[in-house]
Design a protein around this ligand. Structure first.
Ligand SMILES: Nc1ncnc2c1ncn2[C@@H]1O[C@H](COP(=O)(O)OP(=O)(O)OP(=O)(O)O)[C@@H](O)[C@H]1O
Length: 570
C-alpha cells in the first residue's frame, strides 16, 4: 500500500501539494475580500476545467457541452437551498443527474461505430436541452429569473470550504485515477487507439469511464460554485458557458492540472477585472483568444512554459500518468487448449461491398507453431489477419482462440486472451519515448516474459520520441512492445517490410528464437522468401482469397501453380 503510494507520489509532487495547500491557506491573510471572492470563483471554474480535461485532455473524448453537467450540479445545490433540503442531498442529486446523462450520452456517442463528431453533436444537444429545461421548468428552477443561493459562511468561510473541496477532489482524482492504471489507459487510447486495443485495453469502456468521472467532477464544481456565483440561472448550463470552459482549458493547456486552473483563473479574473471596461465585447475577445492559442500555442500556456524551460520529452505526452505497471493481478488469459489448435478459422468469408476478398478459408494453427502466409498482392492475406485479430467481422465462418469462439469478440478481448498484433506500418505510441512505449506495453501485459536483449536499446531511450525513430527501429520497437507484453499468439503483417536485407534476416532469427524460447505461436504475412524459409514451420499460400496449397517451404515451392502464380517461375 505504502509502496504503491510512493510509486504514484514523487518528492516533487509532495512538495507541490504542500506548497499549494499552504498558498491556499494563506490567501485570506493576504487578499482583500473582493480578490478573495475572485480567487474562490477561479478555483471552482478551475475544478470545472479540470473535470473537462479528464474527458478531453486525457482520454480524447470531445465534449462541447460540458456546462450541462456543471449546471446540473449548480441547480442541485440551488434547489436544495431554495427548498430547505439538506445541501448534500441537493449536491448528490445534481451529481447523479449528471452521471446518468453522461452515461446515456456516452453509450450513444462512444460506441464502436460512433464517429468522433457524434460526441460533439450529442454534448451540444445536451447543453441546449439542459439550459432550455431549466428555463421551462419554472416550478423547480424559477425559469429565466433563476434561484438565489446565499452563502452562510461569509467570504473567508466560503473560500476555505471551496478551496478544501477543490484541493481534496483534485488530489483524490489525481492519485486514484490519473496516476493509476486508468490514467495510463487514457494516455494509450488518446495517443493510439489501435495499439491500445491490441494491448487489451477496451477503448469504449475507458472513454465512458473518463466521461463519467469528468461529468461527476464538473457537476461537483457546479454545486460548489452555486453559493459563490449567488444566482443560478439557465445560462449556467448553456452554450456560452460550455464554450468558455473550452477556452479556459485551451488557454491553460490540455492534459495538465496546472493548465486547467491557470486557464480558468486567468480568464475568469481577467474577465472580472475587464468586464466593466469591455462589456459584451468580452465574448469576441474570448473567441479571438481561442483562435490565437489554437494557432500559435496549441499546447497552451503550460506548453509555452515547458518549451522555455525544456522539460524532458518523456513528460510531454504522458501528462503525469504512471506508464509502468502498478502490479495489478493479471486478468484471466488461459489459452490452454488441451492439445487442440490454439488458433482455428473455419470457412471464413469476407467481402468489401460486392467484392469477395476471403472466400472460405480453413486454418488450424498449433501452439508454438510458426505459420507464414504468402501469396500475390491482393490475395487477401492482410484481410485474413485482420479477421483473426478482430478488426474485421467476417460475413460467414468462425474463429476460435484456444477453443473459444471469438468470432463476435472485439480486438481488445482477443488481445486479453493473448493475441498480439504487429502491423505493416508499425503501430506504436509516436508521442511517447521508446522507453515509455515499452513500459506501457509491459504494464498492460498479462504474463510479460523476462526481458529479451532486443528491448535493451529501448529501455533507456528517453531523449527522443518514437516518431523520430527510423522505420527499422520503429518496427523493432513495435516487436519489442508486442513481446514484452507477452503474447501467446502473435500476428505479424510483413514484419520485414522496408528493412534492409541484413535487418530482415536478423529479424527473422529473432522471431524464430522468441518462438522457440517462449513457445509463442506466430502467424506472419511475408513476401520475402528468404525470411519465410528462415522462419516458417508451415507455409500457407493464398490466392484470390482461398488457400491454394500449404506445407513446408520445399513442398509449396514444388507446387506448379505456386511457382507460376507467385514465385514467378515459368
Ligand atoms: N478496407 C477495405 N475496403 C475495401 N477493399 C479492401 C479493404 N481492405 C482490402 N481491400 C481489398 O481487398 C483485397 C485484398 O487486400 P489485402 O490487403 O487483404 O491483400 P494482401 O494479400 O494482403 O495484399 P498485399 O500483399 O498487397 O498487402 C484488395 O483488392 C484490396 O484492395
Amino acid at each position: 500500500m505504502i509502496a504503491a503510494l510512493r510509486r504514484r507520489v514523487g518528492r516533487g509532487h509532495a512538495l507541490a501539494l504542500v506548497g499549494a495547500a499552504l498558498a491556499l491557506a494563506a490567501a485570506p491573510f493576504l487578499l482583500l475580500p473582493y480578490p478573495l471572492t475572485l480567487l474562490t470563483l477561479a478555483l471552482v471554474y478551475g475544478l470545472f476545467a479540470f473535470g473537462l480535461d479528464i474527458a478531453w485532455g486525457r482520454a480524447g473524448v470531445v465534449s462541447i457541452g460540458h456546462a450541462a453537467f456543471f449546471g446540473l450540479g449548480a441547480y442541485g445545490a440551488a434547489i436544495a437551498s431554495a427548498r430547505d433540503i439538506p445541501v448534500l442531498l441537493g449536491v448528490a442529486g445534481g451529481v447523479v443527474a449528471a452521471l446518468v446523462l453522461a452515461l446515456v450520452i456516452g453509450l450513444a456517442g462512444l460506441g464502436r461505430r460512433a464517429l468522433a463528431s457524434t460526441m460533439a453533436v450529442l454534448t451540444l444537444a445536451l447543453t441546449l436541452a439542459v439550459s432550455q429545461g431549466a428555463r421551462s421548468w419554472t416550478g423547480l428552477t424559477n425559469g429565466s429569473n433563476g434561484l438565489v443561493v446565499l452563502s452562510d459562511s461569509g467570504v473567508v468561510g466560503t473560500y476555505y470550504r471551496t478551496a478544501g473541496i477543490v484541493l481534496g477532489t483534485v488530489v483524490v482524482v489525481w492519485l486514484i485515477v490519473l496516476r493509476g492504471s486508468l490514467g495510463r489507459r487514457f494516455v494509450a487510447i488518446r495517443l493510439n487507439q489501435q495499439r491500445a486495443e491490441h494491448l487489451g485495453i477496451d477503448p469504449w469502456r475507458t472513454k465512458l469511464i473518463a466521461l463519467l468521472i469528468s461529468a461527476g467532477i464538473s457537476a461537483l464544481a457546479g454545486a460548489v460554485a452555486a453559493p459563490v456565483i449567488g444566482l443560478i440561472s439557465p445560462s449556467i448550463s448553456g452554450i456560452v458557458m460550455s464554450t468558455e470552459v473550452l477556452v479556459w482549458l485551451a488557454v491553460g493547456g490540455l492534459g495538465t492540472i496546472t493548465g486547467a486552473f491557470l486557464g480558468a483563473g486567468l480568464v475568469t479574473i481577467g474577465n472580472q477585472l475587464l468586464g466593466d471596461v469591455i462589456g459584451s465585447w468580452y465574448l469576441l475577445m474570448m473567441g479571438v483568444l481561442f483562435l490565437l492559442v489554437v494557432r500559435f500555442a496549441p499546447e497552451g500556456l503550460v506548453g509555452v512554459v515547458r518549451s522555455v524551460i525544456r522539460r524532458p520529452l518523456r513528460e510531454k505526452a504522458a501528462g503525469g500518468a504512471v506508464l509502468a505497471g502498478t502490479g495489478a493481478p493479471p486478468p484471466d488469459r488461459s489459452t490452454a487448449t488441451a492439445g487442440g489448435p490454439v488458433l482455428r478459422a473455419r470457412d471464413v468469408e469476407k467481402d468489401f461491398g460486392p467484392v469477395p476478398v476471403i472466400q472460405g478459408i480453413d486454418l488450424d494453427v498449433a501452439a508454438g507453431e510458426v505459420v507464414c502466409l504468402i501469396g500475390p498482392n491482393g490475395a487477401g492475406k492482410t484481410t485474413f489477419l485482420a479477421v483473426l485479430a478482430g478488426e474485421h467481422v467476417p460475413e460467414r465462418g468462425r474463429v476460435w482462440i484456444a477453443g473459444r469462439d471469438v468470432t463476435a469478440r472485439p480486438a481488445h478481448e482477443r488481445a486479453r486472451m493473448g493475441l498480439g498484433r504487429m502491423f505493416q506500418i508499425p503501430s506504436v505510441f509516436l508521442e511517447l519515448t521508446p522507453a515509455q512505449n515499452l513500459a506501457l506495453a509491459r504494464a498492460e501485459g498479462v504474463h510479460p516474459p523476462a526481458p529479451l536483449a532486443l528491448y535493451d536499446r529501448f529501455t533507456s531511450t528517453d531523449d527522443m520520441l518514437a516518431k523520430d525513430l527510423p522505420l527499422a527501429d520503429r518496427r523493432a520497437l513495435e516487436l519489442a512492445m508486442a513481446l514484452s507484453w507477452g503474447p501467446e499468439i502473435l500476428l505479424l503483417d510483413e514484419p520485414a517490410a522496408g528493412l534492409s536485407h541484413e535487418d530482415s534476416v536478423a529479424l527473422a532469427r529473432t522471431l524464430r528464437e522468441v518462438a522457440e524460447r517462449t513457445g509463442c505461436t506466430l502467424v506472419a504475412v511475408e513476401h520475402d522468401m528468404e525470411i519465410v524459409r528462415e522462419l516458417a514451420d508451415r507455409v500457407v499460400v493464398l490466392a484470390d482469397g482461398r488457400i491454394l496449397v500449404e506445407g513446408s517451404m520445399d513442398e509449396v515451392s514444388a507446387h506448379d501453380e505456386v511457382r507460376r502464380a507467385y514465385l514467378g517461375v515459368a
